[in-house]
Design a protein around this ligand. Structure first.
Ligand code: G1P
Length: 296
């Protein structure tokens, strides 16, 4: 099995749901505590052995690549003034230029199209895809869990979770052929089906490992749900020659593409930080207290 060396990060979206915050700042640069969303996604990839990072971006979103570019003056200044923890945090989000690639998605034609835009940078090898909106808090990095499963079964894979039936219209959904509780092989996939027609409630979240043959499917530029070119459709069409497995990952996923999910992630990540946990608990307690008083 070919090793997974490259990860594609589709980051061209306009971030409409977070306007006006995202008018001048890319959505992926919004911070969870003190690190931008994209920082968590890149860390997950690096911890999983990914060597090259490919950003599919849009004009005006240069800050994303800039975030990972070395700033020795800043690091030196932080070290000189005794702020070495901050200096290390800055270095942590720095990558050698040759490991970073970016390409522009000229038109917002869908997630499948965004991934297709990376085809020349990916070349003829299997690769990972990480949607930074979906933040996964876990012991073992989520994309690493998929890469491990790829080593066992090959083909196309995505991380999956069970959702309430009323939510199927927000996700790619599996038509399950076989399910051992950890891995589910699909006979088909449907992008954002209505709850009454969804073939199951097993949903894709933003982590994929894909065979390069997916590009031949995406080349056809077939549009699906929402009039967009969907990666779900391309994986579904590929099933005749490339099996698709959903991986029930270990971890907690936060949908940071929505305000509610972003707020919850902020609380969860703060509670997970030794330097902030007790303060965050106090804050939460003080507010729940207030709500009780207000309701009484
Ligand atoms: C995309 C995919 C969908 C997947 C979801 C996970 O949708 O098209 O299949 O379930 O990401 O977050 P989006 O949320 O970008 O509309």
């Amino acid at each position: 099995m070919h090793p997974i060396r490259k990860a594609v990060f589709p980051v061209a979206g306009r971030g409409t749901r977070f306007l006006p915050a995202t008018k001048a700042v890319p959505k992926e640069m919004l911070p969870l505590v003190d690190r931008p969303l994209i920082g968590y996604a890149v860390e997950e990839a690096l911890k999983s052995g990914i060597e090259e990072l490919i950003f599919v971006t849009a004009p005006g979103k240069e800050a994303i690549v800039q975030h990972f570019t070395a700033d020795q003056d800043l690091v030196r200044e932080l070290d000189r003034t005794g702020k070495s923890a901050l200096a290390r945090a800055v270095e942590n989000d720095t990558l050698p230029r040759e490991r970073l690639h970016s390409t522009i998605q000229q038109q917002a034609l869908g997630l499948g199209h965004a991934i297709w835009c990376a085809r020349h940078l990916v070349g003829d090898e299997p690769f990972a895809v990480i949607l930074p909106d979906d933040v996964v808090m876990s012991q073992r990095p989520c994309i690493g869990q998929l890469i491990e499963a790829y080593g066992r079964v090959g083909g196309n894979l995505a991380a999956v979770m069970d959702v309430p039936r009323q939510d199927t219209a927000s996700y790619g959904i599996l038509d399950i052929a076989e399910d051992n509780g950890k891995l589910a092989r699909a006979r088909g996939l449907v992008e954002k089906p209505r709850p009454d027609v969804a073939p199951s409630t097993l949903s894709i979240i933003g982590r994929y490992v894909l065979e390069p043959s997916i590009f031949a499917e995406l080349d056809k530029k077939v549009t699906g749900a929402g009039g967009e070119i969907q990666i779900t459709d391309a994986m579904a069409k590929s099933i005749v020659h490339t099996p698709f497995h959903g991986v029930r990952y270990e971890g907690i996923r936060f949908d940071c593409g929505k305000k509610e999910g972003f707020l919850e992630a902020t609380v969860a990540f703060a509670l997970n930080r030794p330097d902030l946990a007790s303060t965050m608990e106090d804050i939460l307690l003080s507010y729940t207290g207030k709500y009780r008083t207000a309701a009484e």
